[in-house]
Design a protein around this ligand. Sequence first.
Ligand code: ZN
Length: 79
Amino acid sequence: MMKCLGCYKETGANYCTPCRRALFDAIKIGSVLGFNAPAANNISVFQQYSKQLSISGVQLKYSLHLEGNQLALTDKAGQ
Ligand SMILES: [Zn+2]
C-alpha cells in the first residue's frame, strides 16, 4: 500500500479518491512533475510564475495548472 500524497492515508494510488476529487476534478494524475524543482540555475523561471500569487507564508509558491493529467507551471489561471 502507498500513502496518498494529499492526506497520507493508505491508498492504492498516488492520491486517494477524495483527494483526487477535491484537488484534480477526479483526474488520475501522475506523481512526477514535468519540471525540475527550483534551483540556482532556474530560479528566474519560477519567479515568473509566482508574481501574481497572494498566498501568505514563508515557503516559495508557484502557480500550477492541469495540462491533461500533468501539473505544469503557469503564469495565469493557476488552479
Ligand atoms: Zn488523500
